[in-house]
Write a protein that binds this ligand. Structure first.
Ligand SMILES: Nc1ncnc2c1ncn2[C@@H]1O[C@H](COP(=O)(O)OP(=O)(O)O)[C@@H](O)[C@H]1O
Ligand SMILES: [Mg+2]
Length: 234
């Protein structure tokens, strides 16, 4: 589904991604782990075509086609949804307005506003609330729902559990599992190791812009040395 091969990304002259590679298969949940500042967001932005950073070399392939160098809206159109770190909602737009920015309210195929409200009942209850009137958990649900409105086959989620209460983190894990069951592929950046291991099939660890470890979620959960070495988990 997604192949990232040997990408090198820069902020100005700062060489942040130094040959990172990974793959995400159909209906697979892949977690991208690593300490703060290791390049996780940079990798997600590089895949999505969001600048900065500048990707100077490497390949990004989605469903067998090269997408590196395409504008983000064209990458979205091909079926890649994006939940940016920090959610990036519009404070003055309502829940419904957020969901209809990318798709007409009258659309009847794929993800519709009605289907989004079935999937996220809380958003339905708050449909007239504005971005700045929502709780952290509601904002995260809205960021995920918005990404779904383009009918993605792959979703890139950058720290969706950041700042959420444990009960909301669990709710989010359930949503990720449901999306996977519906056939979506997910590349998930997570600081919360245990949440990542609860939902992921495979895991990559990024360290100063390179993938230094790849394993199944089950294997890494049983590998305290690797967790300590790269993630500082004791
Ligand atoms: N807009 C930017 N301009 C310059 N440097 C940046 C920018 N964004 C991130 N960086 C640097 O790139 C490195 C990787 O950052 P990032 O991808 O955000 O890491 P992570 O998401 O793993 O915490 C860090 O050293 C960070 O300081
Ligand atoms: Mg980040």
């Amino acid at each position: 589904m997604l192949e990232v091969a040997d990408i090198h990304s820069f902020y100005g002259e700062a060489h942040v991604l130094q040959g990172a590679s990974l793959t995400v298969g159909k209906s697979e949940v892949v977690a991208l782990l690593g300490r703060n500042g290791m390049g996780k967001t940079t990798l997600i932005r590089s895949v999505m075509g969001v600048s900065p950073p500048n990707v100077r070399s490497g390949q990004v392939t989605f469903k067998g086609e090269a997408i590196l160098g395409l504008a983000p809206h064209l990458i979205a159109k091909r079926g890649v949804g994006y939940v940016p770190q920090g959610r990036r909602l519009f404070p003055s737009l309502t829940v419904t307005e957020h969901l209809t920015v990318l798709k007409p309210a009258a659309a009847t195929h794929g993800w519709t506003v009605a289907k989004a409200f079935e999937f996220f009942p809380r958003l339905g209850e708050r449909r007239y609330h504005r971005g700045n009137q929502l709780s952290g958990g509601e904002r995260q649900m809205l960021a995920v729902a918005r990404a779904l409105m383009i009918d993605p086959e792959l979703i890139l989620m950058d720290e969706p559990s950041e700042g959420l209460a444990p009960v909301m983190v669990q709710h989010l894990e359930g949503i990720i599992a449901e999306l996977k069951a519906a056939g979506l592929s997910i590349l998930l950046v997570e600081q919360n190791l245990y949440s990542a291991l609860a939902v992921a099939d495979r895991v990559y660890i990024l360290e100063t812009g390179r993938v230094v470890h790849e394993a199944s979620a089950a294997a890494i959960g049983a590998d305290p040395e690797t967790l300590t070495q790269f993630l500082g988990v004791h």
